[in-house]
Design a protein around this ligand. Structure first.
Ligand code: ADP
Ligand code: ZN
Length: 743
């Protein structure tokens, strides 16, 4: 007599639990932890991941695993553990976490599996005896008697099968099952070279600066000790951080280990990938969210079978199945792009550190403007600090000029988009044939539309925000839910005819530039001008090759680009973002201003920066203008300590959402009662979120702060259990640990 074996399976459902299934006799010995299986859940069939043996016999009710997708586990024990950590730390359902970790969804497509019923099988036996092999029915029945088959495959293989299937179905001889079919992935090992643009300029073999050499040495030492260590590489803009990374990777590969290199979404351009490819060839795998599902899973498989030992990609590449990890690099570690804004709401940098710790690997966090959290970890002795305090070849930092727009207004009596100093600086660059980068960190033409008679601002129907005027597309657009409507000719409320378009966006900057400098060649870079894969790259390449004189746009123009001919960086309004109701507003402003300033003067000619502002005394603007990171850090850290914000507390938010205002209000009130006096945790709220309505849902927000992670996690779990016990819809409660936004 054999006893049945049961395993726990994680399924992609928003529930904090896994499910027990019986292992059928045919799969005995093949189903192990990390394997993907197809199982029934209610009337559905879902793909899940086996977590391990069931601790207790779940009894006779347990259902059977339908199918094993592949014998080799998709997740190694190391990655399964990382998944468990994520689920625990971010209070996220394990099934959703594991689904995020596996970029294999692109491999499956829906199809129909046809088989025979008992009568069908009997009929097949009778037909087989009668031997009339030319009859398509006999053929089809024979094939199906052996095993169920994919309907499309059958129709393709056996001409006439389509008609036969219809008649078999009518007689009740056929079973039809919807399945998720897996692709034949052996053919899909797309090589890195086929998914990137070749540009092939390589810079190997050049002399490192002393600071670069020091940093490379420290990283090598950390890798060699095989002990987990985190190094913060604080290198000013233009100090040559990339070269440090590349040398460190060479070393890791030579030592027979693997390396993960993470970049924020926006900086992973095909050109960056090409540089990597030029150095490391087929050893590189590239994981990019712009790739199709098939391309991504092809890359993933090259990593798993060991073909690629360097993985370059955005945040989810931290889950790449490399073995023998030696080094993880997180470039631009301060960038918000590392935080996923849907469940599981993980931070790629923080997951990187956890993974490296488990693997005994070194971590390098690189930035010109490190996050307060990371820099503070240096102060606490948790990280080592490596500095690149100078630009390569001793190039000077650009000189920065702050233009007080209040004074400009007082003197000129006009509210021009470009002040006189900015205008002169641009003019000068155009005459000299040098290039300009101009930032206005807001999309669209005008920020909003208001009525002169009744003062009404035109808002989104789904969100509590004003609609932005996009002149190119002739519409008003919501930047949160993409709702759009035609530009009205009269006020929708009072029918007044005088509508007033207020504020400026990147489209307006572009128009003003074209008007003011008719001969200049101008390109705009923002989410509206960049549509689809390749366009971002095309604009940047065009600018790099000198096809444009001026590049204007949103924060996209500020990120990491190395354009030697840019000698002027201008900021049309340095104040955007400062007024945000978020404790990180100043930090973010400082970062973006420092980064954009860092685009100027990276070549032989020194650069200049012009910052226009209505708040010239603000410390974020002053320190950015002075390129004084340490000064900013000290001041901001002081505020965070006084006001008890991260990095001095562990923070999380709970958002209660409902399409009905009344319900959002009562549910959040009840939850508040339930969690308000948790020991060791300060609960603020519920209060209407700054974005009180988003995508047609009303939102109430709690901010939780605690000294210990443990007490914080305790309250979050209590809140989730409360929602589950009271049968709240799965979408009603959102948990965000270490939130990057409090909107
Ligand atoms: P960062 O990322 O620190 O802002 P980059 O890595 O983009 O700086 O490097 C700035 C520029 O300096 C690049 O053009 C790079 O090729 C060049 N560079 C880097 N290291 C050296 C070096 N040792 N000697 C000469 N040029 C270098
Ligand atoms: Zn909206």
């Amino acid at each position: 007599m054999t006893t049945s074996r049961f395993v726990q399976v994680a399924l992609p459902v928003p529930l904090d639990q896994s499910f027990a299934y019986r292992v059928p006799a045919g799969l005995e010995g093949r189903v192990s932890a990390g394997c993907r299986v197809v199982v029934p859940l209610g009337p559905r069939k879902l793909t899940g991941v086996v977590l391990g043996e069931s601790p207790a016999d779940p009894g006779q009710n347990a259902r059977e695993i339908i199918r094993l997708i592949e014998d080799q586990p998709a997740l190694s024990p190391e990655l399964l553990d990382l998944g468990r950590w994520l689920a625990d730390y971010y209070c996220a359902p394990i099934g959703e976490v594991l689904r995020t970790m596996l970029p294999l969804a692109g491999e499956s497509r829906k199809s129909k599996l046809v088989g025979l019923t008992t009568e069908g099988l009997q009929a097949a036996a009778r037909f087989a005896a009668s031997e009339k092999p030319t009859d398509p029915t006999v053929q089809v029945l024979r094939a199906l008697a052996k095993r169920p088959l994919n309907e499309a495959y059958l129709k393709h293989k056996l001409p006439g099968a389509a008609g036969v299937l219809i008649s078999l179905r009518k007689r009740g001889w056929l079973t039809v099952e919807d399945v998720i079919a897996e692709r034949d992935t052996a053919r899909d090992k797309t090589s890195a070279s086929s998914v990137i643009v070749q540009s092939g300029q390589t810079v190997a073999g050049r002399r490192l600066t002393d600071a670069q050499a020091e940093a490379v040495k420290a990283i090598k030492a950390a890798v060699e000790t095989r002990k987990f260590r985190t190094l913060l590489l604080h290198g000013i803009t233009g100090s040559g951080k990339t070269e440090v990374y590349l040398r460190a990777i060479e070393h890791v590969l030579a030592a027979g280990k693997s390396c993960l290199f993470l970049v924020p979404e926006i900086s992973l351009t095909p050109a960056a990938a090409a540089e990597f490819y030029a150095r490391f060839g087929e050893q590189v795998a590239i994981l990019h969210s712009a790739f199709t599902g098939v391309e991504r899973s092809g890359q993933w498989r090259r990593v798993r079978d060991g073909t690629s030992r360097v993985v370059l990609g955005t945040r989810s590449s931290i889950f790449a199945p490399v073995e023998n990890l030696g080094l993880v690099i997180v470039d631009e570690e301060h960038d918000n792009g590392y935080k996923q804004d849907e469940a599981p709401r993980y931070h790629g940098r923080d997951v990187a550190i956890v993974r490296a710790r488990a693997a005994g690997a070194a971590v390098v966090l690189g930035s010109a403007t490190p996050s307060l959290e990371s820099r503070y970890n240096v102060e606490r002795g948790k990280y080592d600090l490596l500095r690149l305090p100078e630009r390569v070849e001793k190039r000077p930092l650009p000189s920065v000029r702050i233009v007080d727009m209040r004074q400009e207004f007082a003197e000129t009596g006009r509210q021009d988009l470009f002040s006189r100093p900015l205008d002169e600086a641009i003019q000068e660059r155009l005459e000299k044939g040098e290039q300009v980068i101009l930032l206005l960190n807001r999309r669209g033409f005008s920020s909003f539309v208001t009525c002169r008679s009744c003062g009404e601002r035109i808002e989104c129907v789904n969100c509590s925000v004003t609609l932005t005027h996009h002149r190119r597309n002739k519409k008003l657009l919501c930047h949160y839910c993409d709702y759009s409507q035609p530009i009205p000719t009269a006020c929708p409320t009072c029918k007044g005819e005088y509508l007033y378009f207020v504020g400026s966006g990147s489209e307006k900057v572009e128009d003003h530039l074209r008007e003011r400098y008719p001969k200049a060649r101008i390109a705009r870079l923002d989410r509206d001008s960049v549509r689809g894969r390749g366009q971002y790259e095309a604009i940047l390449n065009g600018f790099r090759e000198g096809a444009y004189d001026i590049l204007t746009g949103t924060q996209m123009v500020a990120k990491g680009h190395d354009m030697p001919n840019v000698t002027l960086a201008g900021v049309v309004s340095a104040d955007i973002g400062l007024g945000m109701p978020d404790f990180r507003a100043a930090e973010r402003t400082f970062q973006i201003l420092t980064q954009v300033a860092g685009r100027a003067g990276r070549g032989k000619t020194p650069g200049e920066v012009v910052l226009q502002t209505w708040n010239p005394e603000h410390y974020a603007i002053r320190y950015a203008a002075a390129q004084d990171y340490d000064g900013f850090y000290a001041k901001e850290l002081h505020f965070r300590r006084m006001l008890r914000y991260p990095p001095f507390v562990a923070a999380a938010t709970l958002t209660v959402r409902s399409r009905k205002l009344e319900e959002a209000l009562t549910l959040s009130g009840r939850l508040g009662q339930h969690i308000k006096d948790a020991p060791g945790v300060r609960v603020q709220g519920p209060a209407a979120a700054p974005l009180a309505k988003l995508k047609a849902e009303f939102r109430y927000l709690f901010l939780l702060k605690a000294q210990s992670r443990k007490s914080l996690a305790g309250v979050l779990r209590r809140a989730k259990a409360f929602a589950q016990e009271n049968r709240w819809p799965a979408t009603a409660l959102v948990t965000d640990v270490d939130p990057m936004s409090l909107l």
